[in-house]
Design a protein around this ligand. Structure first.
Ligand code: ADP
Ligand code: ADP
Length: 227
């Protein structure tokens, strides 16, 4: 069963902007797909539709053969935004716990899961800190931990490291790749960096603007065996 099926989905925004002409694609479980293209080609629009944050103007999107809204209800997917968007007044732990609190998971169950998610991103020792005490890269890791804590099968990331310096970004890219190899997640990752796309993904979907569309869909051998 494909993790994601986009079936002739298009997007015309209320102001008339035709952000995406009809797009169809299928993504298998365990793929690491990057959406690559210049600003304005509809990468975020496509990702938001896959996440169920934006309804297609026409066409359909299925996650594991189910409508997006069902997958949302079952916490099958997490969305990591470009900014870390952490609550500054809360601890790192409380920020990561938020999706579990919202789902009504009791503390006794959520506490070890939060600890485990922070371990996964290398921040096991930072649960009691406030976000402002951490570097930009570390804040992004907290944001990823918050995405992983619900144990989603699908991780959607919209230029998550775009605001960081190149050194930090490369470090986080490498860690994300290691995490993906260990967890067997399906990842869709938006970037406008060709080198990041080639480094990260098993498949690069290249998009172009005016109108937003897919122009290439390239399978890449990651060259590294999975453990
Ligand atoms: P990308 O992520 O590739 O930069 P976007 O998906 O953000 O592209 O945008 C695609 C096109 O849709 C752009 O022309 C953008 O200006 C336009 N757009 C994005 N969001 C909106 C919106 N809410 N209303 C109107 N137009 C939008
Ligand atoms: P990141 O790439 O995660 O932003 P940086 O290289 O910016 O990390 O590190 C900022 C500071 O935080 C450095 O002093 C670094 O030693 C420290 N640091 C980063 N990650 C950890 C960690 N997992 N444990 C301890 N210290 C860390």
């Amino acid at each position: 069963v494909p993790a994601i099926e986009v079936l002739s989905a298009e997007q015309v925004y209320p102001n008339g902007t035709r952000a995406l002409t009809p797009v169809s694609l299928s993504i298998q479980p365990g793929e690491f797909v990057t959406l690559l293209g210049p600003s304005g080609c509809g990468k975020s629009t496509l990702l938001k539709m896959v996440a169920g944050l934006l309804e297609p103007s026409d066409g359909r999107i299925l996650l594991s053969r189910k409508p997006v809204q069902d997958a949302n209800a079952e916490h099958e997917l997490s969305f990591v935004f470009q900014e870390a968007t952490l609550m500054p007044w809360s601890t790192v732990e409380a920020n990561v716990r938020l999706p579990l609190d919202l789902a009504g998971v009791p503390k006794a169950e959520s506490t070890p899961r939060v600890a485990q998610a922070l371990e996964m991103v290398g921040l096991g020792a930072f649960g009691k800190h406030r976000p402002r005490e951490l570097s930009g890269g570390m804040q992004m890791r907290v944001s990823i931990a918050r995405g992983l804590v619900t144990q989603p099968r699908l991780l959607l990331m919209d230029e998550p490291f775009g605001a960081l310096d190149e050194f930090t970004r490369n470090k986080l890219d490498a860690d994300l790749l290691a995490l993906w190899r260990r967890q067997g997640l399906t990842v869709v990752f938006v970037t406008h960096s060709i080198s990041e796309a080639v480094f990260l993904s098993t498949r690069v979907i290249v998009m172009a603007a005016r109108p937003g569309r897919i122009v290439e869909d390239i399978a890449i051998d990651p060259g590294i065996p999975r453990d």
